[in-house]
Design a binder for this molecule. Structure first.
Ligand code: NAP
Ligand code: MG
Length: 403
């Protein structure tokens, strides 16, 4: 394809560069698989750690504002600074996680979806379609307070309203030592979570499941259940009927039992702790973190796509030492295709949507045809050829150019 035949984008998307091996992949993916076919139109933000440090992390907040303005973003994996990174990069301070900054700015929910291929079977043999997990990323035990109870005494829960009026509820009369915990959530956050989940289910045309423990937690979990039901009835029931999908509420233990007996192909909305635990279970059972995509959806319908894995530091060290690496680029490619497809849908740009679909198919075809990076070859049901990152990208390009 000559450059003047490339697909045109009508509006820009937000491009957020990142760190280490995924930054290397980022450039290779753009050069090999995107730029030859699409005249990329992006607003570029460098969220690599050196630039975050140089700008005092302003660049991350600007990127978040750009996603609010433009509606669609694609992000490379980034280093979350810790004490070791402060030393390694000589940082001015330990900057917050870019993902946490973006999540807070967009008030978003993270949806994680596995990319499935026929020759790598899920551990759960009934699963035929991906299961998407939506984790409520605010409150509960992650913002809880705890106390060690040293000995006998009375514990109570107290709330003081704006007028100074206090309401208390007895918790427990301790006769000896023990432990205490208090957790909270807010109506605003639960409603935003519910809206993001309904909106996402609509955008992928899949049923939404939500599960909690309302039979035991009659105020707390019941409030989640009621909020989902109210938001669904008032804002989403008609759209769900039109698309032909359903919303189901169930108890969390019932949901777990149903999930492992299901065929997959639905969105599972989880409270914070359930999502933390269940997303690791689901991604392990589907095969590999390198085949897991992630999208942050705001309640206003803004979308930010990325791979679920990190910057693959161990491979980067080998890359810097001049070794040939076999790092799997698929989740990062799917972050790009997710963003390009969404942009194409918003703009009514069928060529861009088709390109995204064809690129995803090319990745799957190469793997199903028996070639992949080294993380996948041992998981396959039939022998596979292990390729380097560059060879794998070239194979995808050949497949894509043929299509
Ligand atoms: P990681 O980058 O996900 O890598 C952990 C291990 O998983 C790798 O060493 C590799 O195993 C395997 N792996 C992950 N992605 C792979 C891929 N695409 N292809 C092949 N193998 C892959 O997690 P980490 O090493 O714990 O974290 C590294 C950095 O990433 C940290 O600074 C962390 O803060 C950051 N991080 C960022 C995000 C994000 O931006 N969303 C998420 C998580 C972590 P082998 O070495 O055995 O081959
Ligand atoms: Mg977890």
């Amino acid at each position: 394809m000559s450059s003047d035949e490339r697909i045109i984008m009508r509006h820009p998307i937000v491009e957020m560069d990142g760190d280490e091996m995924t930054r290397v992949l980022w450039r290779k993916i753009k050069e090999t698989l995107l730029a030859p076919f699409v005249a990329l139109y992006t607003e570029y933000y460098d969220l690599g750690l050196p630039e975050r440090d140089r700008t005092g992390d302003v660049v991350t907040r600007e990127a978040a504002e750009a996603i609010k303005r433009l509606g669609v973003g694609v992000k490379c994996a980034t280093i979350t600074a810790n004490a070791q990174r402060v030393e390694e990069y000589n940082l001015k301070q330990m900057w917050p996680s870019p993902n946490a900054t973006l999540r807070a700015a967009l008030d978003g929910t993270v949806f994680r979806a596995p990319i499935t291929v026929r020759n790598i079977l899920p551990t759960v043999r009934t699963w035929k379609k991906p299961i998407v997990i939506a984790r409520h990323a605010y409150g509960d035990i992650y913002k809880g307070v705890e106390m060690r109870v040293p000995g006998a005494g009375a514990a109570e829960l107290a709330f003081t309203d704006a007028d100074g009026v206090m309401t208390t509820v007895p918790i427990h009369q301790f006769v000896g030592a023990g432990i205490l915990q208090a957790v909270y959530n807010t109506d605003a956050s639960i409603e935003a979570f519910a809206r993001s989940c309904f909106r996402f289910a609509l955008s992928v045309g899949q049923d939404l499941w939500f599960a909690a423990k309302d039979t035991i937690s009659k105020r707390y979990d019941h409030h989640f259940k009621d909020t989902f039901e109210r938001v669904f009835e008032l804002e989403f029931r008609d759209a769900f009927t039109t698309v032909g999908i359903n919303y189901y509420y169930m108890l969390i233990d019932d949901a777990v039992a149903r999930v492992v007996r299901s065929e997959g192909g639905f969105v599972w909305a989880c409270k914070n702790y359930d999502g933390d635990v269940m997303s690791d279970m689901v991604s392990a059972a589907f095969g590999s973190l390198a085949m897991m995509t992630s999208v942050l959806v705001s309640p206003n319908g803004q979308f930010e796509y990325e791979a679920a894995h990190g910057t693959v530091t161990r491979h980067y060290r080998r890359f810097l030492a001049g070794e040939t690496t076999s790092t799997n680029p698929v989740a990062t490619i799917f972050a790009w295709t997710g963003a390009l497809r969404k942009s194409g849908e918003i703009d009514g740009n069928a060529d861009l949507v088709n390109f995204a679909n064809r690129l995803e198919l090319a990745c799957v075809d190469v793997i199903e045809g028996g070639q992949a990076t080294r993380d996948l070859t041992p998981l396959s049901v039939a022998p596979m050829e292990a390729l380097s990152t560059d060879e794998f990208l070239a194979a995808i390009k050949t497949r894509l150019a043929k299509a």
